[in-house]
Design a protein around this ligand. Structure first.
Ligand SMILES: NC(=O)C1=CN([C@@H]2O[C@H](COP(=O)(O)OP(=O)(O)OC[C@H]3O[C@@H](n4cnc5c(N)ncnc54)[C@H](OP(=O)(O)O)[C@@H]3O)[C@@H](O)[C@H]2O)C=CC1
Ligand SMILES: O=C1O[C@H](COP(=O)(O)O)[C@@H](O)[C@H](O)[C@H]1O
Length: 489
């Protein structure tokens, strides 16, 4: 049943190797792939950052990170030792041409021809251009070197273009792998399978049968240790411009000509370009922004966003948007997108509500059919539909549920999104990465929302931490006769 092959020997050069992302996500992801036999023994992971560390000191940090972020049952001493042997460290300021590039060249010079070279930028995005330029001047970019770019690609269209230009001068687009970790989630990829491998769904996947689509990514946590980053970003930039618009693209795209990267990306970018621009007439009723106030989370009282920050802020921790797609398939179908910190539950899901039957046959109106694609947690799919109530002799109906829980279905550990993506870059498999035009089209669509919010043209709403969000978001759907799907705990 498995189809996960070992990749070619590689040199993974991580810029930002002492940072939170590397320790929490990248090293554990590569470790897990080693345990699965996908990483060859000769592979090397070369961490770089400015901190002056010896190789052994960095290996100790890496070990501590694995201890912390790999499940105890999966922490195998022998495999950890093998993994640590693969790790090197070069102290280097990636933004400076006169830094220790010789040190990096020295490590890379071994077996250079046999290894696929991948540069992973896990630093602030405004360094991406300088790092690329320095790598080029040092002659370290081989013909098939890949570069992986972490989000955010900019804070708006202009800065995204600058980053893309800065990197694009030295790497061809086909070697640029822009990460959106939502695309690495199995359940997000499953949208493609559900839609196009099942004629039942394929046949009804349009506004002729679908009444509305909801895409939610809610978190229990607040801004945690990332307040400095988050307060400059907000929920719209942090989650919607990238992850949720990517999910929307997969839900709404036309069937791609193939599963090749450019066919899938062409189909997605067509959706982004067909999103109806929000303007002064629709912004107040189709966008909601809010901040959490004092409330509860996991049974404890928690501060509001402003108290956590310790200063005033115009940054939203909650966003809800009503989007429309100008295409024959989706005419008049609202797509509701929302994302928030400190919601009542951690939940990422897609909810597709189908139109009721146009003709009346039963004594009571059947409940609407609803397909819920649970991205996380409890990954799976449920289908709500009607059957005859056996205790009713007058053809009364009963709403029931077909529910697939992937954990039971596949009885395997669900991989973290980064595991898949990190090795896809080595394989040169770009389907689950974002092309430049997608990033830029997404920024273009959110631009009027960012502008209107910055000018306070849409008032900041509030919600108690641990609730389902502000009243204004409920009202946005109520105007369409809809309600948010939020019965999960
Ligand atoms: N953390 C997360 O969960 C996520 C992070 N990201 C993105 O990933 C990137 C990294 O985030 P995160 O790990 O949290 O950030 P951190 O601040 O924890 O780490 C930044 C890293 O960059 C290094 N660094 C900074 N300046 C330079 C430089 N001039 N040359 C070389 N290395 C440098 C730092 O080490 P040193 O100071 O020693 O140089 C450190 O290793 C950011 O773009 C972030 O937006 C994206 C999604 C999630
Ligand atoms: O990219 C980000 O995603 C996380 C949420 O990811 P998930 O996989 O747990 O849904 C979010 O917490 C973070 O703010 C954002 O930068």
């Amino acid at each position: 049943m498995t189809n996960c092959h070992q990749v070619a020997p590689f040199d993974y050069v991580i810029f930002g190797a002492t940072g939170d992302l590397t320790m929490r996500k990248l090293l554990p992801a590569l470790y897990y792939r080693l345990t699965m036999g996908q990483v060859p023994n000769t592979a090397r992971i070369i961490g770089t950052a400015r901190s002056p560390l010896k190789r052994s000191e960095y290996q100790t940090r890496a070990r501590d990170a694995l201890k912390r972020f790999v499940k105890t049952d999966d922490f195998d001493e022998d495999t950890v030792d093998r993994f640590l042997d693969m790790i090197h460290y070069v102290s280097l300021d990636g933004s400076k041409p006169d830094s220790n590039w010789a040190g990096l060249r020295e490590v890379l010079s071994h077996k250079a021809e046999e290894h696929v070279r991948v540069f992973y930028y896990a630093t602030a995005p405004d360094l991406y251009g300088a790092i690329s330029k320095n790598l080029h001047h040092e002659g370290l970019i081989t013909d098939d070197s890949r570069v992986v770019l972490e989000k955010p690609i900019g804070i708006d269209l202009k800065t995204a273009e600058e980053i893309n230009e800065g990197v694009g001068q030295y790497f061809k687009e086909s070697y640029v792998f822009r990460i959106d970790h939502y695309l690495g989630k199995e359940t997000v990829q499953n949208v493609i399978a559900l839609r196009f491998a099942n004629p039942l769904f394929e046949a009804v996947w349009s506004g002729e049968h679908i009444e509305s689509v909801q895409i939610t990514a809610g978190e229990l946590v607040g801004v945690e240790g990332r307040a400095a980053y988050y307060d400059n970003s907000g929920a719209l930039r942090d989650m919607v411009q990238n992850h949720l618009l990517q999910v929307l693209c997969l839900v709404a795209m036309e069937k791609p000509n193939s599963l090749q990267a450019d066919d899938v990306r062409d189909a997605k970018v067509a959706v982004l370009k067909s999103l109806v621009p929000l303007d002064a007439s629709t912004l107040p009723t189709s966008t909601v922004r809010a901040q959490y106030t004092k409330g509860h989370s996991k049974g404890a009282t928690v501060d509001g966003y402003l108290d956590e920050l310790g200063h005033d802020s115009n940054t939203e921790t909650y966003v809800a948007l009503r989007a429309e797609i100008d295409s024959p398939r989706w005419k008049n179908v609202p797509f509701y997108i929302r994302s928030a910190k400190r919601l009542k539950a951690k939940v990422s899901e897609i909810v597709v509500t189908f139109k009721p039957s146009a003709t009346k046959l039963f004594p009571s109106q059947p409940e609407k059919n609803v397909l819920v694609i649970r991205i996380q947690p409890d990954e799976g799919v449920s289908w709500q539909f009607n059957v005859k109530n056996p205790l009713d002799d007058d053809f009364g109906l009963w709403e029931t549920n077909m529910d697939v829980h992937f954990e039971r279905e596949f009885s395997v550990r669900y991989p973290d999104a980064y595991e898949r993506l990190l090795l896809d870059a080595v394989r040169g498999y770009p389907v689950l990465f974002i092309r430049r035009d997608e990033v830029e089209a997404a920024w273009k669509w959110v631009a009027p929302v960012m502008d209107a919010w910055a000018k306070n043209e849409v008032p900041m709403a509030h919600y108690a931490a641990g609730s389902w969000g502000p009243e204004e978001a409920r009202q946005m759907l109520a105007r369409d006769g809809q309600i948010w799907h939020e019965d999960m705990e």
